[in-house]
Design a protein around this ligand. Structure first.
Ligand code: IPE
Ligand code: IPE
Ligand code: MG
Length: 255
């Protein structure tokens, strides 16, 4: 009985988890520390989350680290975040590579300094063949930007004669989006208590299960992730069908 329950839960494990890592600033403010202190602490939760996903054999993890709107923050906070990204790239990439993690940065990287851009590309090149976990980090990312860049690249393919306008449909356009080729996002988690998407993945979240947790990102640990995944496992994903169709039980009062 116990193992049957376990395998049912296993069958409902998400293959792709996307997380809005929110609440760093409030975590620091509550301790009367600068917001950048919260961002530094947040990196520990990020690392623990990657290790959690490796342990649980989750295929893909997409983390929202910096939105296209976050440039509007005070220059000091943006500068501190850029320094943190640089340091994290220096510190973490070799170890993640050792674990077999493929690192991918998604977003408009052209806005970053040459130094940062070079290190991001180096990390992506180095880990390209790894398959233990796709770790996608969304930086200067916006869901609307992703839709616009996919449309632009499809239009470019049309003008080169490689794609006919008539052939643009959901399947062919999907290939131009960030995260193409990875499993669809099953579970979206936002920490920090806000219940919004904040221009994170839009196209890719079409049928994700949304889970909002109050815990501030630096306090996230395996037990919080376990309960979000437990919540996911308890949901019935119908993808437009009826509950009876999904469960294989007889239709009640069928039309
Ligand atoms: C999320 O935490 C991290 C980034 C946006 C870079 P916040 O910095 O938004 O934290 P709160 O929401 O102000 O607490
Ligand atoms: C979303 O969080 C972006 C990241 C976590 C990187 P924000 O804190 O920027 O979102 P809003 O401004 O509260 O919607
Ligand atoms: Mg926030």
């Amino acid at each position: 009985m116990k193992s049957a329950t376990a395998s049912a839960v296993q069958a409902r494990a998400p293959r792709h988890v996307a997380i809005v890592m929110d609440g760093n600033g409030r975590w620091a403010e509550r301790r009367h520390r600068p917001r950048s202190f919260g961002h530094r602490e947040g990196q520990k939760a990020l690392r623990a989350t990657v290790e959690y996903c490796l342990r649980k054999e989750i295929r893909a993890l997409t983390l929202f680290a910096f939105s296209s709107e976050n440039w509007k923050r005070p220059a000091g906070e943006v500068g501190a975040l850029m320094q943190l990204f640089l340091k994290a790239l220096d510190r973490e990439v070799d170890e993640l590579h050792g674990y077999g993690v493929r690192i991918e940065f998604i977003g408009d990287l052209s806005a970053f300094s040459t130094e940062l851009r070079e290190r991001m590309h180096k990390a992506m090149d180095k880990t390209r063949e790894n398959r233990a976990l796709y770790a996608n980090v969304a930086v200067n990312y916006g869901g609307r930007w992703d839709i616009a860049q996919a449309a632009r690249r499809a239009a470019e393919a049309v003008s080169r004669g490689e794609l006919s306008a008539d052939a643009i449909n959901e399947d062919s356009l999907a290939a131009y989006f960030s995260l193409a080729g990875q499993p669809p996002v099953d579970l979206f988690i936002r920490t920090g208590g806000e219940q919004r998407i904040s221009n994170f993945l839009l196209w890719q979240l079409a049928y994700a299960e949304l889970v909002f947790v109050d815990t501030l990102w630096p306090d996230v640990d395996a037990s919080i992730l376990d309960s979000a995944i437990g919540e996911f496992a308890s949901r019935e994903r119908r993808f437009g069908k009826t509950s009876a169709q999904v469960t294989g039980s007889p239709e009640q009062g069928a039309a």
